[in-house]
Design a protein around this ligand. Structure first.
Ligand code: THU
Length: 149
């Protein structure tokens, strides 16, 4: 198993400082691989699954602008493709001066799998913000909403 795929053992609770350090490293490394020639706003994300594995995403823009995808949704799609559907923490890395929260569409996608997710956003200078997805997306439309017909 490649080092990058190795579960972070002893990773619980998700706010564990060692785990956050790995998530920061992985998210910033993903940010370096972002394809953002139109906005020049590079974003990296690292999502921690309940089994301790970490999956990255980065924003991938497109000449047809709406075809681009955010780092967070890229990370979720990759993690789901690897068999993970339960997440503890997502860490978002950008080059902004202030920590930036995930966009509305990404919040909705994260909600589908982990409504109580810890969302951490970091800057290069070490500024950091922590939220729960519940507070970022209150009264969300969820899979249960579909049952209320
Ligand atoms: N972006 C993300 O990757 N995540 C967010 O939550 C906000 C925005 C990307 C989309 C686009 O490539 C660039 O940042 C500027 O909006």
């Amino acid at each position: 198993m490649a080092a990058a795929d190795r579960p972070v053992t002893g990773a619980q609770p998700p706010s564990d400082e060692r785990t956050l350090t790995v998530l920061r490293e992985r998210a910033f490394a993903a940010m370096e691989r972002a394809y953002a020639p139109y906005s020049n706003f590079r974003v990296g994300a690292a999502i921690l699954s309940s089994d301790g594995s970490i999956t990255e995403g980065c924003n991938v823009e497109n000449a047809a602008f709406p075809s681009g995808i955010c780092a967070e949704r890229g990370a979720v799609a990759s993690a789901v493709a690897r068999g993970n559907r339960s997440f503890e923490t997502i860490l978002i890395a950008t080059e902004a001066d202030e920590p930036t929260p995930p966009c509305g569409m990404c919040r909705q996608v994260l909600e589908e799998f982990s409504p109580h997710l810890l969302v951490v956003s970091v800057t290069r200078s070490g500024r950091e913000a922590h939220w729960t997805l519940d507070e970022l997306l209150p009264r969300a439309f969820t899979p249960n909403s579909l049952d209320r017909r």
